[in-house]
Design a protein around this ligand. Structure first.
Ligand code: SF4
Length: 268
């Protein structure tokens, strides 16, 4: 790394990264406070190249929301609807299969599928959906459901423990679970942006359970609303701790908050 291009306050962190030492929460805050995008990129690239060489990969997938009907009303969410709402939608399995069949012809290798916490879709509907997707192509990777959807299915629809629910979904075709719903783990922030959603511990426990079953998942963070930089660092620390424990996360996806048409639109 060319240290002439690294500002003084970031050099101790750059040296740590080059020496394969872990950065602390204070280091992470220092990185967040820096506006030197080139220096941040150079430091991050040390780790990226160490892990992946000079390769960047991507997935050719089809993203599907099977329904936006949801029993919750997270304050940050512009997606969810109640059944009575004009913009509520719910796709039939046949329609989803038709869309995925078309996408397979275009060369996708993965379908990524999430929805709201639907109040009335039955266990058999979810299992039939997974089985029919699996029957379309045995090599298609089916990535589906956030941790809160898994909890909803387990508690209200399947009425069985999280682990058993995950196992039944896996047997039907589930390949990995998605990382949505993590938002920001801090409980005060969660109470303001997504009251009633699962706690951080509950989100982490769904992923921990899946990882211990040999499954893989991604993780996320929703930023740019009421959270502070310290909240972001705390969130990343908790994700890192679970990754240390299980190694089950295959990727991290930061989502920028889009306030338009949410009840939090006044905060920007
Ligand atoms: S659970 Fe998901 S879909 Fe439902 S309101 Fe919250 S963010 Fe929106």
């Amino acid at each position: 790394m060319n240290y002439l291009l690294i500002p003084k306050e970031l050099r101790p962190i750059a040296e740590k990264v080059e020496a394969r030492q872990r950065i602390s929460e204070a280091d992470a805050l220092t990185l967040y406070r820096s506006n030197d995008l080139n220096a941040l990129g150079m430091i991050a690239n040390v780790v990226r190249e160490r892990k992946n060489g000079n390769y960047a990969t991507y997935i050719h997938n089809r993203y599907i929301n099977y329904s936006n009907i949801c029993v919750l009303s997270c304050q940050f969410c512009a997606f969810a609807a109640k059944k009575r709402d004009a913009h509520a939608f719910e796709y039939a399995i046949d329609e989803i299969i038709r869309v995925v069949r078309e996408a397979l012809r275009l060369g996708i290798t993965e379908v990524h599928m999430v929805g709201g916490l639907h109040p009335t879709l039955k266990k058999d509907w979810y299992l039939a959906l997974l089985r029919e997707l699996r029957a379309l192509d045995p090599d298609l990777h089916i990535k589906a459901f956030t941790a809160i959807e898994i909890r909803h299915l387990a508690q209200r629809i399947f009425r069985m423990p999280i682990r058993d629910t995950l196992e039944i979904l896996r047997v039907a075709g589930l390949g990995s679970i998605t990382g949505g719903g993590a938002e920001i783990f801090d409980p005060v922030v969660r109470d303001t942006i997504c009251r009633g959603k699962e706690t951080a511990a509950e989100w982490l426990d769904v992923h921990r359970t899946w990882h211990r079953m040999g499954g893989r998942s991604t993780c996320t963070m929703l930023y740019g609303h009421i959270e502070t930089l310290a909240h972001r660092v705390d969130h990343l620390r908790q994700l890192r701790e679970l990754q240390d424990e299980t190694g089950g996360f295959t990727g991290f996806v930061p989502f920028a908050f889009e306030p338009q048409t949410t009840v939090l639109s006044h905060i920007k």
